[in-house]
Design a binder for this molecule. Sequence first.
Ligand code: NAP
Length: 248
Amino acid sequence: MRPPRPVLILGGTAEAWQLASALAGEPTLAPTLSLAGRTRDPRPSPIPMRIGGFGGVEGLRGFLRSSGIERVVDATHPFAAQMARHAAQACAAEGVPLLKLTRPPWTAGPGDRWTAVPDLPAAVEALGDVPRRVFLTVGRGSLAYFTAAAWHFYLVRAIETPDLALPNQKLVLQRGPFSVEDESDLLRREGIDVVVTKNSGGRDVEAKLGAARELHLPIIMVERPALPPGVAVVHHWKLARDFALADH
Ligand code: NAP
């Protein structure tokens, strides 16, 4: 009988965790979940886990070789562009099949007032010169960009306390899922007049979009960085499970 085949899941998302749970106990596989180590208190992993960067493309190539990895699923966040790029380069160089697992992006519908911007500096720019009351849900690692526009009030929502505080902010520590009703209450209560968010997709945190629609508020939507060319993409962990399990 063949020994279990080592596969690597690049994680840091709910999707990666779902996939890891689905692969736990698969007798033909020896999966490993990799985290960057940004979260202070990560959810316990259902499969063996490693934590920390690999040391760039060369470091990842070394890891793939030394661990005999046969397949990689990049299930990192859609805004983790560097890791996606490194995975594409390392897998191509080592001849290891790679699949990207990511949530579908949100799309604007009737009644939405979205301004799409390509990156965070453009989102800061789009807020303009007149002080506004901003609901900011871009992740604690991205707050620093907004120090460049300190004249706005920021209602910052994060899962863990950010290392940085904006000069004029109120911090709300909350993890989804959220309801449209609660999000509308929050926006009303805080007198918010614009929402800034990344197009991360996902149902757990999409209620803010419905709330903004309901209250006729504009959204500045930071669009995703491009994926590395040539990498196959799926939007559901079941397809990533099939990829990991396929005979190769
Ligand atoms: P990034 O800018 O693309 O990656 C920076 C470096 O962090 C990578 O070059 C790599 O270091 C290391 N790294 C990233 N993901 C890793 C993983 N799963 N396992 C091992 N090393 C990893 O990533 P980021 O935007 O800082 O995100 C870091 C982590 O947080 C990711 O796992 C991502 O899924 C999660 N996350 C990010 C966001 C976001 O908005 N960016 C939101 C939610 C969750 P080396 O070069 O040393 O290998």
